[in-house]
Design a protein around this ligand. Sequence first.
Ligand SMILES: NC(=O)c1ccc[n+]([C@@H]2O[C@H](COP(=O)([O-])OP(=O)(O)OC[C@H]3O[C@@H](n4cnc5c(N)ncnc54)[C@H](OP(=O)(O)O)[C@@H]3O)[C@@H](O)[C@H]2O)c1
Length: 312
Amino acid sequence: MRKPIHHLTRRTVVGSLAGLGAAAALPAFAQGAGAGPILKKAIPKTGEQIPAIGMGTWITFNVGNDAGLLNKRTQVLQRFFDRGGGLIDSSPMYGSSEATVGYGLARIKNKGGLFSASKVWTLFGPMGPGQMEASRKYWGIQRFDLMQVHNILNWTSHIETLKAMKAEGRARYIGITTSQGWRHGDFEAIMRKEPIDFAAFTYNVIDRKVEERLLPLAADRGIAVIINRPFQEGVLIDRMKLHPLPPWAGEIDCANWAQFLLKFIVSHPAVTCAIPATRRVDHMEENMGALHGRMPDAKMRGRMARYAVHQL
Ligand SMILES: NC(=O)c1ccc[n+]([C@@H]2O[C@H](COP(=O)([O-])OP(=O)(O)OC[C@H]3O[C@@H](n4cnc5c(N)ncnc54)[C@H](OP(=O)(O)O)[C@@H]3O)[C@@H](O)[C@H]2O)c1
């Protein structure tokens, strides 16, 4: 019997990838993806369209004051925008990541599509406004497009602050986040009763629980959905890269596993945007390729899930 994937660490997978030459297994269509229109999806409450692949910043952008690393992340950010990117997600919980985003934004071109998303993350309601103002300054922006309550921590207090911010035009949209199935009961209750625009949670080809309740509820309530941890913090994609893509991946224009995993997510009708995180320009290039070409329909999505689970 195979070990469940959550027993893997990233180190074991990367170690075993090294000897495999997994890229050699890629089919011929791997060379091409990239040109043409990109997949955008509408925010249900307003109809505003945003690119269906955004980017996360947890760990990957927490580089402190290291000038070399700051400049490398700036290159990642530049590639994100050059490939049509929009939504960037961060949080005061992510160490220096917000400052790294601000460092990069101040130095790159072509960033007009930015859709800024951060979070409030404190046990103490009165500390929320100051924390969000500090985040805004780190990013170097006039206001956030989206402000979320991180992990629904002290949400009863923060949600009132967020509603007031939105009413005053200091945030365009408001939302809540969780991940990996955490507090889904409470999360669902908030989705039902609060006037939120966005909900963020985990969904990927081997973690599909949210198909039962949260995704249908979001569609029903007109709430935009951000999907975090699309690669299970790297463990899932490392594991998949040990195997060849299925021969039929070309039918949905997937040149690599990143595109296979991301197209599975963003083709769900209730999903607005997935936010993979990366330190690397070449990985950003792979990820943004998921915005191009044919997308799977419901039948193909089932086939993708069966194939992926079979590789574990
Ligand atoms: N409660 C919350 O609100 C919450 C919780 C979790 C996450 N989030 C948000 O969601 C974002 C995404 O989640 P995550 O960062 O935990 O995990 P993730 O996006 O599932 O995985 C990130 C890892 O995938 C690797 N990766 C990215 N692209 C790759 C590619 N093309 N090929 C191979 N490896 C690739 C990265 O390594 P390399 O650097 O080597 O590319 C990185 O280690 C976070 O950054 C954060 O913004 C929010």
